[in-house]
Design a protein around this ligand. Structure first.
Ligand code: URA
Ligand code: SF4
Length: 216
């Protein structure tokens, strides 16, 4: 059993040096215990300045192995939605609320386990630093974990969806909350799945409009 000490990431987050310094420092983070069982840190993907920042929950099994965000099944749904919203993934900044994979071993399989509030809050200094250097015009929080990290409080997606909120860090960046792309994979009925996908695409479009139309 891992030792669960959570000093929080702040002391590992460099104050200067921009995105490059953040990416370089992240592997050393010991802000919570999740680094112990993960393969590696999964930091972010995208340019150092982007008008849109998309925030997920945490890396999954495949992301943990490859060291890149959104390369597994949820990432493929996200890619489809990005295309449907007429955006370019290369122009977006993609990151996660929690930078190490949390899982439970079952035999040979590693089963995704939701990060606890303590993990989200411990990892938050990284996300705040990313917002400070990337300076997006809009943040898209995908799912309740991302929303908690960006907004600094718990929200229900259904209650805040379609509204423009503000990130809780010093920047107060316009923030929209939507579902997590993996939730789209769990809807069994095809018509409902398609409706949910289109609503997710519409949320991305709305965010792109806040970001000045292009979103790239
Ligand atoms: N789910 C996430 O929230 N992030 C990833 O990077 C992959 C899956
Ligand atoms: Fe640091 Fe976040 Fe990894 Fe915890 S999950 S060790 S706070 S980078």
């Amino acid at each position: 059993m891992a030792i669960e000490e959570r000093p929080g990431a702040q002391e590992w987050v460099p104050e200067h040096g921009g995105l490059g310094a953040l990416r370089q420092a992240a592997p050393d983070c010991r802000g919570c215990e999740l680094w112990q069982d993960a393969t590696q840190v999964v930091f972010s993907e995208g340019p150092a300045r982007a008008s849109m920042m998309l925030v997920g929950e945490q890396p999954g099994d495949q992301e943990d192995l490859e060291g890149e965000p959104f390369v597994g099944p949820a990432g493929r749904r996200l890619d489809a939605a990005i295309d449907a919203a007429r955006l370019d993934r290369n122009g977006l900044y993609l990151t996660n609320a929690v930078k190490h994979f949390r899982f439970e071993r079952r035999g040979r399989r590693r089963i995704h386990e939701k990060p606890a509030i303590g993990h989200i809050d411990a990892c938050r200094p990284w996300l705040a630093a990313e917002i400070a250097v990337v300076r997006p015009d809009v943040v898209v929080a995908m799912g309740t974990t991302a929303a908690r990290s960006v907004l600094g409080r718990n929200v229900r997606i259904g209650e805040v969806r379609g509204t423009i909120l503000e990130s809780a860090d010093a920047s107060g960046t316009p923030t929209v909350v939507t579902v997590h792309p993996s939730s789209l994979l769990r809807i069994p009925e095809e018509a409902a799945r398609e409706t949910a996908f289109q609503a997710f695409v519409a949320d991305l479009r709305r965010a792109a409009e806040i970001a000045g139309g292009g979103g790239g």
